[in-house]
Structures are given as structure tokens and as C-alpha cells.
Ligand binder design. Structure first.
Ligand SMILES: [Fe+2]
Ligand SMILES: [Fe+2]
Length: 499
């Protein structure tokens, strides 16, 4: 490749690329304006940008790619200066190389299988490849496979089709206690099954999930340090509960007017971090009729107002924020960080770091502190695909912590491949949950939920938005204006109410 803008070698190649891009857009029933095509040709990877633009235009129910749609393809931001590095970004997915073809997709799932095999293998005895199910005659065995299909029979049994690199096999689950566990199995997740193989079927006796090690202890910092968790602020919505939000900001700034308990003063004195799990603003064009619910129908104005509010947070408190489905980034997961061009005023805040969703940061509140706690921020978009598919998690909007626990045991934030996930050509799957994790913070469902499991604190932080007509229609029951705060020294969580 030469150094010409757009990376073309000759005018002929440029013309060919132009044609390919136009054809690709037309095959999606999308047109590209002349100006937008010129911008596209100047980009470093026109094909991948076009895919993202098509997706964005479709999401907005539009038909023409215009220059305005390029807004978030700018250079990633620089990090704010810090005297002492109390946060370290472990995973931040700024760009996601898309899967190019079916072979890439097959590789993606083969990698997923291999990755989870590593967790499952040591815990299974008599491990066989799935092809051996066909050959076995009344033989005890374990297999590790990717769930290709799952169905319930008339008599209440669950039949799985599982696949590994050797082939596809049938698993029947008929035991009562196993059926409860099998109910949570999703398409495309990797499970271990132990049972008896006979006549080409594996009759399951045990289901093993990737999960975390049983004897996993929580980590604690030496000194008291607090982290607060918020999400779904929805600035720009008419239902944004601004007075309550500002009361919270006053509280953490020590400007609250109410008489404080000693324990509350301790929080104010030691609050070091605020994690924000997405839906920072209400966005525009997110759901049908949203324009009627907006107090600010302009995305820049929404982020500018958020910056004004966040500026009230004392500078010694680090704010780490990931995007949600209402933020101005692509919907496909992993969602990249909110970009400087759309939220310039927020980038002026010296204590704010935007990361991707999911994104992982390690926090170490004091310079002399040996323990760092690893926090995974994820907006929680996949909860929408799990609640309708798992009968035991039907109340997942009210109890998001149950869904989070189910995901933690699967060690994957979005196991079921859906159009909302970019499998991507990353060498590792961005949606997997690493073993070295202490806190998982999500939002999206607007309800509080907290649970501790094997040393991990699972926190869904609720919302700062009153219920919308759309949420009423969906049957959601938000718990607005409650903020979980955790003392990292003992990992205890308090729920502060600003209702
Ligand atoms: Fe939200
Ligand atoms: Fe959301």
C-alpha cells in the first residue's frame, strides 16, 4: 500500500473500490451521498467503516449515508493526566475488526470452544470427543461441546445438539434437578456433559459450566476506599430525575444539606471512584416515539449537559464510564467508548475516562496499596436476549443479579450469538468474563440488584430516569435514584437512596 489518502495504489483501484462500496450499500438497500463516499474513500479501512455506517443508518431507519453519520469514527481520545495511576485499563475495545466471511465465523466459534475447553477439561473425567457418542455402547463419558440446538420434548425432557471439532451429538436431559440447570443453557454456549452414551445418544447425569473456581476468596484493599456505581442517567430525557441526581452530586461533594450519619460521612471522605455503566444520555432515535420523551433533542447538547453535571464531582474522584444502547456509539457489542467529537465537554473533565462496553479496569486506590481490584463494566444489553429465553430468569428485569450470575457461570456476557454481537476477528473474545475479576457492574434494566458469588460482587446499579411509556409497555419496574456504594476494604455494599 502507498501512503496516498485512502491507501489506494492507483486511480483504477480507487474506482474499483468505489464500485464495491456502492454495490455493498445497495445490496443493503442503502445509498451513499457523494460527500459521504468521498469521506469513506479517505478512511483507513473503507469496507469495515461502511459496514458500521450501514448498521447505523438502518438503526436510524434512514436510507442514505450522509457525512453526519461519520461523527464517531474519529481518533480515540487521550487519557486524562493523573498524578498517581489509581486506574489501569485492562481491556478497552476501541475498534473491532469485523468477521469477513463464513470461515472467520467458524474460526470464532472454534476459538470459543477451545477457550472454554481449557476451563472445563480439568473438571471432567473420561473425556471423549463428541463423535464417540455414536460409537459408544452403554459407556460412561464426558464431552465438551457448543450448544447448537436446544428443545423441550412433550414429556418435559430437554434435548441438546452439541458440537465439537469431531462432529455433532445428541444429549438428552431427563432428570429433575438437571432440568432446572439445563433450563439456563443458551444457544452457542460451551458446556461439559457427563453421562451414559448409548444408541447414539448421551443421557446426561451431570452438566458442568465453565464457572469460577469454588474456593475463590474475595480481595480487599488495606485501607478504606469507596466506589459508587451508577448507570442509566439518561440526560436529555424529560424523565431524567435531575433534582435527585444533583442531590446525589451535592452529597458526594460534601455539600448536602441533610444531617449525615457518621457512616455517610465516611463515604464522602473516602469515595475514590464512580463507575458509570452506560446510557449516560438518552440519545436520539433509540425507540419509536422517543422524540416526544426528550427534553433535549440534540445529542451534543445532551453530552454537554452531562459534562456540566459531572463537573460537580470532585476531581479526586475518578469517573470511569462505558456506553449503553442509548449512547452515541454503535449498538453492536463490544461498544466502543463514547468519542471526543460527540462529547467534547466531557473530555475536558480531568477525572473522567471513557472505556468500551464491556471494558475492564483495575483500580488501586492508594500508591502504597498492594491489592488492585478488577472491575468489568458492561451495559447489560444481552439481558434482553436472555430473559425471554430462560423460564427460570423470567423475572430478570426485576432481579438482574440473577441474570448476571447465570452469565458469570457461563463466563460469557452474551453467549447467544445474536445480531447485536460482533464476533470480530479479535484473538480473544471480548465478551468472555476473565477469571481475574472482582466486580461486575451492569445497568440497562433500570433496577437495582446485588449479589456476591465466589469473590465477585455483581452489581446492577438502577437508574436516574423515571419510568417511560415504553418501559411501562414492556412491563419494567425501575428503581430510580438509588446508588450502591462499596467499601473496597471489606467489600460491603450500601444502597444510598436519593428518592
Ligand atoms: Fe437505560
Ligand atoms: Fe440500556
Amino acid at each position: 500500500m502507498s501512503n496516498l489518502i485512502g491507501g489506494f495504489d492507483s486511480p483504477t483501484q480507487a474506482a474499483q473500490l468505489k464500485l464495491v462500496l456502492l454495490q455493498r450499500a445497495l445490496s443493503n438497500k442503502i445509498q451513499i451521498s457523494k460527500e459521504a463516499l468521498a469521506l469513506l474513500l479517505q478512511s483507513t479501512n473503507p469496507s469495515s467503516q461502511l459496514e458500521q455506517l450501514i448498521q447505523k443508518v438502518k438503526q436510524n431507519n434512514e436510507f442514505v449515508i450522509l457525512p453526519k453519520h461519520f461523527i464517531h469514527f474519529s481518533t480515540p481520545p487521550s487519557k486524562p493526566p493523573q498524578s498517581f495511576k489509581s486506574i489501569e485499563i485492562v481491556h478497552d475495545y476501541i475498534t473491532t475488526p469485523p468477521v469477513g466471511n463464513l470461515k472467520d465465523m467458524a474460526n470464532y466459534f472454534a476459538n470459543r470452544l477451545l477457550q472454554f475447553k481449557k476451563h472445563l477439561q480439568p473438571r471432567l473425567s473420561n473425556l471423549h470427543s463428541i463423535a464417540n457418542i455414536q460409537k459408544a455402547s452403554n459407556e460412561k463419558m464426558s464431552v465438551i461441546g457448543l450448544v447448537m440446538d436446544k428443545r423441550k420434548t412433550k414429556n418435559g425432557n430437554i434435548v441438546l445438539e452439541v458440537e465439537d471439532l469431531s462432529g455433532v451429538g445428541k444429549v438428552i436431559i431427563s432428570r429433575g434437578e438437571l432440568l432446572v440447570q439445563a433450563d439456563e443453557i443458551l444457544y452457542d454456549e460451551v458446556v461439559g456433559i457427563t453421562g451414559t452414551a448409548s444408541k447414539g445418544v448421551l443421557f446426561a447425569e451431570e452438566i458442568t459450566e465453565p464457572d469460577l473456581p469454588v474456593k475463590r476468596e474475595p480481595k480487599f484493599t488495606k485501607e478504606t476506599a469507596y466506589a459508587a456505581f451508577i448507570s442509566d442517567v439518561h440526560v436529555g430525557s424529560k424523565r431524567f430525575l435531575q433534582d435527585n441526581f444533583e442531590n446525589m452530586l451535592d452529597f458526594i461533594s460534601g455539600k448536602g444539606e441533610s444531617i449525615l450519619l457518621e457512616s455517610q460521612q465516611e463515604i464522602i471522605d473516602n469515595l475514590k471512584y464512580i463507575f458509570v455503566a452506560g446510557d449516560i444520555v438518552d440519545g436520539i432515535g433509540i425507540y419509536p416515539g422517543q422524540e416526544k420523551e426528550l427534553s433535549m433533542p440534540n445529542i451534543y447538547a445532551q453530552y454537554k449537559e452531562t459534562a456540566r453535571l459531572f463537573a460537580k464531582i470532585p476531581e479526586h474522584i475518578q469517573i470511569i464510564a462505558c456506553p449503553g444502547n442509548h449512547d452515541y456509539v454503535r449498538l453492536a457489542q463490544p461498544q466502543p467508548p463514547v468519542e471526543r467529537e460527540v462529547a467534547p465537554e466531557m473530555y475536558e473533565l480531568p477525572n473522567l475516562t471513557f472505556i468500551s462496553s464491556p471494558g475492564v479496569v483495575r483500580v488501586r486506590p492508594f500508591e502504597n496499596e498492594n491489592t488492585a481490584l478488577t472491575t468489568l463494566l458492561y451495559h447489560g444489553t444481552s439481558i434482553d436476549t436472555i430473559v425471554p429465553n430462560v423460564s427460570s430468569l423470567k423475572d430478570g428485569y426485576k432481579h438482574p443479579e440473577k441474570v448476571m450470575l447465570s452469565l458469570l457461570k457461563k463466563r460469557h456476557l452474551s453467549p447467544q450469538y445474536a445480531s447485536g454481537t460482533v464476533p470480530s476477528a479479535h484473538t480473544s473474545d471480548p465478551m468472555t468474563i476473565p477469571e481475574d475479576i472482582d466486580i461486575i457492574h451492569t445497568g440497562h434494566v433500570h433496577s437495582n440488584g446485588i449479589l456476591n458469588y465466589r469473590g465477585v460482587s455483581l452489581i446492577n446499579s438502577g437508574t436516574w430516569q423515571g419510568i417511560t411509556d415504553f418501559q411501562k409497555f414492556l412491563g419494567h419496574e425501575p428503581t430510580p435514584c438509588r446508588m450502591p456504594v462499596m467499601n473496597l476494604k471489606n467489600r460491603q455494599i450500601k444502597l444510598l437512596s436519593f428518592e
